[in-house]
Design a protein around this ligand. Structure first.
Ligand code: IMP
Ligand code: MG
Length: 192
């Protein structure tokens, strides 16, 4: 953990609410440039449609998009979160629905973090109904230790960082709606 990093731009709450920094904005930027390069070469001949999963993936998707030098569509989708309740049937409440015309397109789902894998499994289940040519997934963070066995086969094609089993915030990730605007990614102190 980067307790030692002194960044005078950090707000005061960073020192009391966070255990330490996990990833800095500079490291995120470098990783995004790398992932964008891979996406550019993989989607050169394809009809890329990026689907940004709100709210958490907002920052990641915006920065990733700007590093991709292809013509592509980008849409935002939003689902209700049911916490840890099992919705293994694949049903999710859509607050902002999938766009029309995904048929025969190459969909790239952009998520902030994959924990148990349930959210992503449900989204994949829904998107398949629209019959795109291909579906791939990008996530800035992934917690392999938390992945449930039933979702272990789901592939993250473009993964930013594998992280330990810690609750992180910043760069779009929140706790109770807060800390999304923190520029780095930090580990939150014990949840109250
Ligand atoms: P999953 O369905 O268990 O994979 O959980 C994925 C969702 O839980 C993410 O889209 C986040 O909204 C939330 N989440 C999981 N871990 C964290 C974390 O460490 N920080 C912030 N949100 C998280
Ligand atoms: Mg999310």
């Amino acid at each position: 953990m980067r307790d030692q990093i002194i960044d005078l731009r950090q707000p005061r709450y960073a020192y009391s609410d966070f255990k330490g920094l996990l990833v800095t904005e500079g490291e995120i930027h470098l990783r995004i440039v790398k992932l964008a390069g891979e996406i550019c070469s993989d989607y050169k001949e394809k009809k890329l449609v990026m689907l940004c999963i709100l709210d958490g993936a907002c920052e990641f998707c915006a920065d990733l998009s700007r590093q991709i030098s292809l013509r592509f569509e980008r849409h935002f989708v939003k689902f209700a979160s049911y916490g840890n309740s099992a919705i293994s049937s694949g049903k999710i409440e859509k607050l902002l629905d999938f766009p029309q015309g995904l048929n025969n397109k190459d969909v790239l789902i952009v998520e902030d973090i994959i924990d148990s894998g349930r959210t992503l499994a449900n989204i994949l289940h829904e998107i398949r109904k629209y019959r795109p040519s291909s579906i791939r997934t990008a996530s800035l963070f992934s917690k392999p230790q938390k992945r449930l066995e039933e979702f272990s086969r789901i592939k993250i094609h473009y993964n930013g960082f594998f992280i330990p089993d810690e609750f992180i915030v910043g760069y779009g990730l929140d706790y109770a709606g807060k800390y999304r605007n923190f520029r780095h990614v930090a580990v939150l102190k014990k949840l109250r």
